[in-house]
Design a binder for this molecule. Sequence first.
Ligand code: NAD
Ligand code: GLY
Length: 368
Amino acid sequence: MQTLTVALSERTYPIFIGEHLLTQEHCFKPYLKAKQILIVSNTTVAPLYLAQVQATLNAQGYVVETHILPDGEQYKDIAHVEGIFTSLLEKRFNRDCALIALGGGVVGDMTGFAAACYQRGVSFLQIPTTLLAQVDSSVGGKTGVNHPLGKNMIGAFKQPVAVLADTSVLDTLNDREYAAGLAEVIKYGLIRDVPFLVWLEDNIQGLVARDKVLLAEAIARSCQNKADVVAADELEANDLRALLNLGHTFGHAIETAMGYGVWLHGEAVATGMLMAADLSWRLGYLSAADVERVKRLLIAANLPVIPPDSISSAEFLNLMAVDKKVLAGKLRLVLLTSLGHAIVTADFPLATLEKTLAAGTQLGQLYD
Ligand code: NAD
Ligand code: GLY
C-alpha cells in the first residue's frame, strides 16, 4: 500500500492506494470518530462492494446504515441529495455522524455535498471505485451536483477525512469507464508533468491492458499531482487549481448539450483537451506535432477526440459561457503554452475560438 498526503493544515488527510483496502480496519478506524455511519452508494456498486465495507465497519462496532442512489450522471441533482438528507433525518443521525461515499465520481460528489450541508457539516470519507474517481474526483474536496442549465454549478468545498483507493475494485469496471479515467490521468501530464507525460506515452498500451504495476504507478503519480495542486490552491483562489480544468469547459458543454450521462465525463474531457490543444496551436503556443502527440495518446487510450457534430458552434459558445472560470462576464480557458505547461487566459480572439469549434464540429478534423 502507498500512502500520499494532502497537506491542508488541520484538514490534512491521507490517500491510501493499494489492493484489498476495503477489509483493512486501519484504513477506517483512525479517521472515523463517529459511531453512526451512513454509507452512500449506488445500485451498481452496492451489490459488488457494500457488504465488504459493512462487515469491516460492523466488526469495529460502528452503527452502519446505507443509502442507495440510482446509478447515473442524470441523477446527480439536488433532489437526490435531498434523499440523502431524508435518510439521515429519518435514521436520527446527529452532527457527530460520518458519511462514506462508496462509488465513482457521481456518488463521491453527491455524498461530499450532503456531508458539507447536513447540520452545517459532518465528516466524510471517500472510497472511490472508478479510475476517474481514484485519480481525480475523490481528492481535493470539490463536491456538488448538476443543474439543468450547467454542469457542477451547485456545490461546496468539503475535504474528506481520508481517501481509500482500492485498486482491486477496478477489476469490475468496464473498458469504456476505465478509458474515461485515463483521460484525467493524461491531463496531469499535459498541464504540469512532462516526465509523467512521456511515461504515459511509453506505457499507454500496458495501461490499456490494465497492467497492475503500471496502473498503481499511474494512480499514485496522478494523485500526487492533484495533492500538490490542492495543497497550494485549495479553494481555487488563484489560477493554479483552475489548470486542473484543462478541456473541461469544452467537455462540460458536450456533457450538457448531449444530456447528462450520454457522453462520459472523461470522454468529454478527452475531446475537450484536444480542442484546447487545437486552440493553443492556433494561438501559436503549440506546434502541429505537439497537437498530434496529444491526439495520438488520447486515441491510444481508447478515448474520443472529435466532438458530436450535433452541437453547433453557437450552442458550444452558449454553454461554455456557463462556467465557473467565467469572471466579469469573460470566458477564460485553460490552454497549453507547451506540452506540460498550462495557463488560464481570456486572451484569445473569439474568431480563433470559433475556428476551433468549427474545425471540431463541422469538419470533424482539428488543426486542419
Ligand atoms: P460514475 O460515478 O458515474 O461511475 C461510472 C460508472 O461506473 C457508473 O455506472 C458506476 O455505477 C460504475 N462503477 C463505479 N465503480 C465501479 C466498479 N468498481 N465496478 C463496476 N462499475 C463501477 O462516473 P465517474 O467517471 O467515476 O465520475 C464522473 C463524475 O465525477 C462526474 O459527475 C464529474 O463531474 C465528477 N468529477 C468530479 C471531480 C471533483 O473534483 N469533484 C473531478 C472529476 C470529475
Ligand atoms: N477536478 C478539478 C479540481 O478538482 O479542481
